[in-house]
Design a protein around this ligand. Sequence first.
Ligand code: LLP
Length: 432
Amino acid sequence: MNKLFCKNLTIKNDELFFAGVNVNNLAKEYGTPLYLMDENLIREKVNIYKKAINDGFDGNGKMLYASKAFSCKYIYEIMKDENVGIDVVSKGEIWTAKCAGFDMANVYYHSNNKTDDDIKFAIEEKVGYFVIDNEEELVSLNTIAEEKNIIQKILIRITPGIDCHTLEAISTGKVDSKFGFGIETGLAFDIVEKALKCKNIELKGFHCHVGSQVFDSTAFIKSADVMIKFISDIKDKYNAEILDLGGGYGVKYVGTEPEIDIYKNIIEVSEHIKKIVRTYGIKMPYIIFEPGRSIVADSGLSLYTVGSVKCIPEFVNYISIDGGMGDNIRPALYNAKYTIIPTERLNRNFDKLYNVVGRYCESGDVLGNNISLPSDMKRGDYLACLTTGAYQYAMASNYNRVERPLVIGIKGDKIFTILERESLSDITKLDR
Ligand code: LLP
């Protein structure tokens, strides 16, 4: 078996332990598919960002958790407790954060299409910042803010024209992106002028995000260069207070991927930013990072039960599990790769290749192809899929009317429910 690279995984008596808990026992007790979240590791990741930003920018910056990676009341409670901000993208995320008692002043509202209804809702909920993506949004926000007699703080989303060489579907910073205003097209300069003329808008600064699952700081450094030059170019008209550099640091899903030292990378970015800010002679903006994946991904693990082992001689071996694209669409959508291992008798040789497939009625419903596993895998065995805390449950669906899985939290010796398993009555609750 490959060496386990997630620090919260251990093997004792040939059985798999996650966050110090025997996962076989959890699978037996709670059933599968089952998602586990390691709270101590989530908090550890948050604190790495907090310390790095604090050290790197001399206290002049903060972290927002990009809650699209995993959004539920529990995660907002943690972020509230850790005193970090959050990035939200919908009424649903705002509502969930509110239900968790999150301070709305520390909420940054993204999305490239906020309807008037969304805007009214967010204003009524007193969301701290809107991150403006397009001119229509600015106009509508100004009108609604005037009706509500408030001044709304905003950041403007800028497209820095950087290609961060991640997957096309999760790359967002290129000039032809659907997000934000390009600098090279001149649109960024126009929107600043328009925002400054809006009576009920207070422009606080700029935001950019170049993509997700990026493995070093090159893209951050390049986009900081572009953004700081932009801030400098417009400084006679407007002094930006905030520069939000977005999220995107990647995680290791499989052994061949690198592991990122977040602290080191942020310090490196901070040193670069301080240098160019001095070169341009502008005031150092307040710096924000917006990580999602790197906060929650390896704090998650999913467990499945093997239903069948089908060997098609001279072709392929299939293992069918009781979950799949309904709880993890990433392999089907992005060809994403995962590490999949059995949870017990881990001393066996992993000497047979299988395609681990889901229970959904599509050939594309795959969790992983060519996965090395023991040759005696059988119905009733459990499989663990590692690094499933970000963008799995968050993207889960009821396709085939399958219930979404149970999510359990582990914190030291405490085990608790984060999200209940969906029931059959939940499945029909919207039917008329
Ligand atoms: N800020 C903005 C504006 C974003 O659009 C995103 C992610 C983030 C921050 C957080 O990025 P992260 O640190 O998580 O990489 N569903 C895809 C990922 C989509 C990312 C969307 N935006 C996946 O499963 O890989």
